[in-house]
Design a protein around this ligand. Structure first.
Ligand code: 5AD
Ligand code: SF4
Length: 478
């Protein structure tokens, strides 16, 4: 019997990749994806714990299923991913009709766990060890992920794919739950990463984004040889058919010159660097235990501008961290003004139980102050986005065509109709232009004629209409 699966994913790219793997493993067992929980007999929530808001959303989605479960007790409801690892049995207490709680390190067990539920074995829970519940070796093993199984249909587009190169994090920033829910930092063996990339390219993937919480800290040592991110990039550059390589998220302290030179020298590596600064105040950075000063960050920006002048740099900031004053916040604004990021993701501090921040510091910045600082910083960054985008006017950029634009998706379209398409430049800028839907998956030159803070608008530069063609015609005798 075909089972019908509905899966909802919140959170980062890691979670999107995890969902792709879960769907692949369930399809192998004959599951079919459906687009509403009503039509499904198995409902999974792949969850995020980074901020309270993300958890609240899941608990309210679960609340909405309470009634459905009463009427259809055979529906299997599962909570998987980071919140499953963080809240464990508490999820059963808050939503007693949940059947399945599975952490990010146990996702490969999901098909068997669902089967056990359907056979009447009752609730199932599988999670990894806590960071103090064993030796590093034991804890690491309990967090291992299973990457080889892929399902191209789950990706945003068939020619773009994520590849995990590292799991976990050892930085323990005081606000962050990730080291607790994703476990110790572990690099994947380079040969596994390259084998996976080759398979993806054989299946039509043109752009690969390497994933890690601190992706540029990637290291793998075997037989006395250590591989770092720049070595991996060099090997990936050699894969025929692969056009673009990106990597997220970077840790400022590990942005080595060697890596920056690789980004500059390797033609397939996008000049796009996401390097969260989190704050512009040394006092706050120290309380966050980020391991660098504002001066270190500035020095890193300087090295990026020198070695990869074409790079687009993006950042994350947290406003309203414990004890943040107006003066601390002003220094964050100064840093944002100075760095001229391509984009910034700005978050209001959200206290996470289990972190040092929650245990030792007071979440003392009122919500309305956090909100105001968030809006103020956003306004500064938006201005920069617009000014920076103006530089693209009249330029021709290479765009990987991803599909219909948001506006076009709302209207029905057919294969041969010209419609509004969207894609990204190597520096990760979003471009919108008119074209035929069959161009999806191609890399094309687009000439930019208008910009907004977040979008470049352009026309595809077509062959055969260049001045030389006119020249030939004019030169030919009457
Ligand atoms: N509160 C608010 N933002 C957070 N982030 C991580 N933890 C928290 C938290 N407790 C932000 C950081 C990180 C991004 C993924 O989420 O800016 O870079
Ligand atoms: Fe969290 Fe810091 Fe690790 Fe990033 S580096 S995942 S913010 S602990």
């Amino acid at each position: 019997m075909t089972r019908r699966l509905y899966i909802e994913t919140v959170g980062c790219q890691m979670n999107m990749l995890d969902s792709e793997l879960v769907v692949a493993s369930l399809r192998q067992r004959g599951y079919r994806l459906v687009d509403s929980p009503k039509r499904a007999d198995t409902i999974l929530f792949n969850t995020c714990s980074v901020r309270q808001h993300a958890e609240d959303k899941i608990y309210s989605a679960l609340g909405r299923l309470k009634h459905a479960k009463r009427h259809h007790p055979d529906k299997v409801i599962g909570v998987i991913g980071c919140m499953a690892q963080k809240d464990q049995h508490q999820i059963f207490e808050r939503a007693p009709y949940v059947d399945l709680v599975v952490g990010p390190g146990q996702l490969q067990q999901i098909p068997d766990l669902i089967e056990r539920v359907t056979l009447g074995a009752g609730r199932q829970i599988e999670v990894s060890l806590g960071r103090k519940d064993g030796t590093r070796e034991q804890i690491s093993r309990s967090h291992e992920s299973y990457d080889p199984l892929r399902d191209p249909t789950m990706r945003p587009t068939p020619f773009q794919a994520y590849v995990r190169i590292q799991i976990g994090c050892d930085k323990f920033c005081t606000y962050c739950i990730v080291p607790m829910v994703r476990g110790p930092e572990q690099g994947r063996p380079p040969e596994d990463i390259l084998a996976e990339a080759r398979i993806l390219v054989d299946q039509g993937t043109k752009e690969i984004t390497l994933l890690g919480q601190t992706v540029n800290s990637y290291r793998y040592t075997a037989h006395g040889k250590t591989t770092c991110l720049s070595n991996l990039l060099e090997s990936l550059q050699e894969i025929d058919g692969l056009d673009r390589i990106k990597f997220v998220t970077n840790y400022p302290k590990d942005m080595t010159d060697d890596l920056l030179d690789a980004v500059h020298d390797l033609s397939k590596v996008s000049p796009y660097l996401h390097v969260p600064a989190q704050s512009g105040s040394n006092r706050i950075l120290e309380r966050m235990k980020r391991g660098y000063t504002v001066e270190d960050y500035r020095d890193m920006m300087h090295r990026i501008r020198q070695r990869v002048p074409e790079a687009a740099v993006t950042s994350d900031f947290i406003v309203g961290f414990c004890s943040e004053t107006e003066n601390d916040f002003k220094q964050t604004i100064d840093l944002v003004r100075e760095c001229r990021f391509k984009n910034c993701f700005i978050f209001k501090y959200s206290e996470r139980p289990g972190t040092k921040g929650a245990e030792r510091m007071d979440d003392d910045v009122p919500e309305d102050v956090k909100k105001r600082r968030n809006n103020e910083l956003l306004a500064v960054q938006n201005e920069i986005c617009e000014e920076e985008n103006l530089k693209f006017l009249g330029q021709t950029v290479e765009v990987l065509v991803e599909g219909p634009s948001k506006a076009a998706r709302k209207q029905a379209s057919s294969e041969n109709v010209v419609e509004q398409l969207t894609g990204r430049t190597p520096s990760d800028h979003i471009a919108v232009f008119n074209g035929n839907a069959r161009l999806v998956g191609r890399i094309l030159p687009v000439r930019i004629y208008d910009v907004t803070p977040f979008t470049l608008f352009g026309d595809i530069v077509t062959d055969h209409v260049g001045p030389e063609v006119y020249g030939l015609e004019l030169a030919s005798p009457p």
